[in-house]
Design a protein around this ligand. Structure first.
Ligand code: NAG
Ligand code: NAG
Ligand code: NAG
Ligand code: NAG
Ligand code: NAG
Ligand code: NAG
Ligand code: NAG
Length: 444
């Protein structure tokens, strides 16, 4: 049953990719760094602009399709995936208790129910979804804009609404990292990116970018920089230090969940995870500056704990050892949202209807993933939600506890990219070689 559902979803995926935030985001960020580079010829920049450089249009679309749970005027915008709602419900309940009205978050799909073309263009499960990794990447595009884009145009794009989404999304992210949701329920807080290491690596790109360009940031972006700095220097760093391991050859490395089951480990994602971990530490604790000869150099924050520097140096010994990339280079970089039992739609919902508007009984039967709209619209009162958690949804009790991705007979589809392992590996080696320690009184 689960496998069938997943296969249909994978088939749909090809239609949907263009409406996901992923592609426009890469285009925006790549475009901005191309356009801002003095090394790229004008003819190439002109070509880029003529084809795909619609920065304002992208942010207008992102604003239009964001999640506004306190704005009831457009129900598609105030509705979210019920799995997500469960993951974040305490946060939303607190906002409601404080009589919040101004609040919005970036979503994953640049599409509303109203825009759907039945049979051709649909959001998976007909409902938008939040993903902390996706949210982080959208924040990255705004940060890139501040650093690489034309000031006049920024003023036209960065209006009150975008500012609200930018700040609310950053606070949302930091608050959930702090509460530990990545440890307790990453299956539904980051439904497309199952690895904490990937989340923190992308987050660390934000902190590197911001800390290296503090002079270019407006007040709002400075606040975001401060929140990110704290999140990465406290929580991400602690996580990386806590999960560091030594193998039988006393080599420092990190390991994620791929291929570990029933007390056996096949070390399938060790190479990738080790690269992610060291990149997180380097990005978090250094800034990039141009030195006197015009070369890019990385400098450690003078406050960097000695343990962090030691771990980076020891970890880089593992990475630079001959044969490091000759083991497994696979990773669980990206995945479908229906993974183990806890990531099915067995959570409370207050919207349960077919696309044609006819309601269905959400407590019985199974999900029709093409025709059903299953979501939570607005914010449900705390007590009512507690009651709803005791009921069955799609014939199943809600399992509040997530116990990991390696569950027998609950396999799921994920995307692995060995090219990504190599390119992030090269990126890390290059960054490590560019570290200038002259600002530290530390013998190498
Ligand atoms: C890149 O953007 C910055 C503004 O953030 C600007 O000062 C600089 O001149 C730009 N460089 C190029 C080559 O456009
Ligand atoms: C809701 O928003 C979508 C996308 O912005 C729009 O197409 C639709 O007309 C809106 N619906 C209402 C009732 O305002
Ligand atoms: C910035 O954008 C404005 C408005 O589009 C344009 O007039 C101006 O020439 C641009 N400035 C630069 C340095 O590209
Ligand atoms: C969301 O943004 C609005 C507008 O900037 C602000 O008033 C509100 O305090 C923010 N809420 C959170 C939780 O970040
Ligand atoms: C994140 O860091 C903060 C500040 O050190 C700490 O209070 C919080 O418990 C940490 N959260 C997790 C999940 O480690
Ligand atoms: C793994 O090892 C622990 C401790 O030896 C044991 O209790 C557990 O049953 C083992 N798990 C499996 C699935 O074999
Ligand atoms: C709506 O669609 C469902 C599923 O296809 C169908 O069972 C139901 O009869 C339809 N309702 C109306 C009013 O057409």
């Amino acid at each position: 049953m689960v496998m069938t559902v997943q296969l249909i979803w994978v088939l749909q995926f090809k239609f949907l990719l263009t409406f996901n935030q992923l592609l426009p985001l890469f285009q925006i960020v790549l475009g901005m760094s191309l356009m801002n580079s003095s090394k790229v010829r004008q003819s190439i920049k002109d070509k880029w602009v003529s084809k795909n450089y619609k920065v304002k249009e992208y942010f207008d679309t992102a604003k239009q399709h964001s999640y506004y749970p306190f704005g009831k005027s457009n129900s598609s915008n105030s509705m979210i995936d019920p799995r997500n709602y469960y993951a974040f419900h305490s946060y939303f309940e607190q906002l409601k208790q404080r009589n919040t009205t101004q609040f919005g978050l970036f979503t994953t799909w640049l599409l509303n129910l109203e825009d759907q073309v039945e049979g051709n263009v649909q959001i998976p499960f007909n409902v938008n979804i939040l993903d902390l990794t996706v949210i982080n990447n959208i924040i990255y595009s705004i940060n890139s804009m501040f650093i690489n884009y034309n000031q006049t145009e920024i003023e036209q794009i960065f209006d009150d609404k975008l500012q609200m989404l930018y700040l609310n999304s950053t606070n949302f992210l930091a608050s959930h990292v702090q509460s530990g949701i990545l440890n307790t329920h990453i299956d539904i807080s980051n439904p497309y990116y199952p690895s904490q290491y990937v989340f923190y690596m992308f987050a660390s790109k934000n902190v590197q970018l911001l800390n290296s360009n503090l002079d270019k940031l407006n007040g709002c972006a400075k606040e975001v920089a401060k929140i990110y700095d704290k999140m990465l220097k406290a929580n991400a760093t602690q996580f990386i230090l806590d999960t560091a391991k030594f193998n039988s050859n006393k080599e420092l490395h990190w390991q994620d969940f791929l291929g570990n089951y029933a007390n056996k480990t096949y070390e399938e994602d060790n190479t990738f995870t080790t690269i992610m971990s060291l990149s997180i530490l380097v990005n978090t604790w250094t800034t990039t500056q141009v030195d006197k000869s015009g070369n890019l150099k990385l400098y450690f924050d003078p406050q960097t704990p000695q343990t962090v520097i030691d771990i980076i140096d020891r970890g880089m010994k593992t990475v630079s050892k001959h044969g490091f990339f000759e083991k497994s280079n696979i990773n669980a970089f990206y995945s479908i949202t229906l993974k183990t039992y806890t990531s099915q739609f067995y959570y409370p919902m207050n919207v349960h209807k077919y696309l044609n508007g006819t309601e269905f009984n959400p407590h019985q039967g199974a999900q029709d993933i093409v025709q059903h709209i299953a979501g939570v619209d607005g914010i449900i009162d705390k007590d009512e939600y507690e009651q709803m958690l005791k009921e069955k949804w799609y014939s199943h009790e809600t399992q509040e506890k997530f116990t990991g991705f390696n569950v027998p007979r609950q396999q799921f589809a994920f995307w692995s990219s060995e090219a990504l392992t190599f390119s992030y590996g090269m990126n890390l080696l290059s960054k490590y070689n560019s570290i200038d320690r002259s600002n530290l009184n530390i013998p190498i």
